[in-house]
Ligand binder design. Structure first.
Ligand code: SF4
Length: 290
């Protein structure tokens, strides 16, 4: 790990990695040892490694797999298969599966075909995932929803938001988003300071099998392009991504974007009851009604 000027053997790496995760959890006050955590698992290396690390650290962590019905080469079914394998092989860990098509009548692929109207499929998919994560967390009495976003994800998002100076998005990009409504779950990203290569190394060393393929809809995504740019910077100057992200978090803590958070009042959606800034229906219900 050139950015840390550190080289570790397998045994030490498997100690180091959970320790770094624990430090981030404590540093940003993500959750405490008695709280119930819902881990959003996709079948990829980051979310399965996160679930594994949280269980190794002794947290009460259950999984949630959202079956989106992405059918390119059976992507969603294959992803679920890795989640099931992980749960059975490693911990007998408990997890729930939410099937979007069974619940709402259409898969993400089908929904996208009908409702895109200039919107990107990932923005529809993100909306559905956020809604379902929040719903399941509230119904299951979970204290926080944990996602496997790593440093590469966060740095790429930050770059995208900074290029357009989207103050609202910058204000809401954080390792922990507190609950600002009784029905809104706290969101946490325990891997936000760990490089993607580090989560991959952890998964491989732990023998976690995960889906290698990207979602077919991720091909050509701008976020992937931003990641490539950041990777080039990292080659020239190891540690760039980490400094970029940590410098942003410091500026954020010092109140650089606090004005952008003002005036965000949350009400409840008239249909599903989930928190929303919209006057009547939340964006999720508007999507299905339109
Ligand atoms: Fe959904 Fe886009 Fe991610 Fe695929 S790449 S799972 S469509 S957000």
């Amino acid at each position: 790990m050139r950015h840390h000027k550190l080289a570790l053997c397998e045994e030490c790496y498997l100690e180091w990695f959970p320790e770094q995760t624990k430090r981030a959890i404590e540093r940003y006050r993500m959750f405490g040892p008695r709280e119930k955590i819902l881990v959003a698992v996709s079948g990829g290396k980051d979310s399965l490694s996160l679930w594994d690390v949280l269980l190794r650290l002794g947290y009460r962590a259950d999984g949630l797999y959202i079956h989106l019905g992405i059918d390119g080469k059976g992507y969603s079914d294959r992803s679920l298969n890795y989640v099931e394998k992980f749960a059975a092989r490693f911990w007998g860990a408990s997890f729930k599966v939410v099937d979007v098509k069974a619940l709402y009548g259409k898969s993400i692929t089908e929904l996208a075909r009908e409702k895109l109207r200039g919107r990107k499929i990932c923005s529809l998919c993100g909306l559905v995932k956020r809604h379902e994560m929040n719903r399941l967390a509230y119904e299951g009495g979970y204290d926080a929803v944990a996602t496997g976003h790593n440093l590469d994800d966060e740095a790429a998002t930050l770059l995208g938001n900074a290029l357009r100076w989207q103050a609202g998005y910058l204000a809401r990009q954080a390792p922990v988003l507190p609950s600002t409504h009784p029905k809104l779950a706290r969101k946490v990203k325990p891997f936000c300071r760990l490089y993607e290569r580090e989560t991959a190394a952890y998964a491989i060393l732990r023998g976690i099998e995960y889906i290698y393929d990207e979602c077919p809809f991720a091909i050509g995504a701008t976020s992937i392009f931003y990641k490539e740019i950041l990777n080039q910077l990292e080659v020239h100057s190891p540690g760039t991504k980490l400094q970029f992200y940590l410098g942003f978090l410091r500026a954020r803590e010092e109140g650089l974007f606090s004005k952008a958070m003002e005036g965000l009042e949350l009400g409840e959606c008239e249909k599903c009851g989930q928190p929303t800034t919209a006057p009547k229906l939340c964006a999720f219900c508007r999507l299905w009604e339109s």
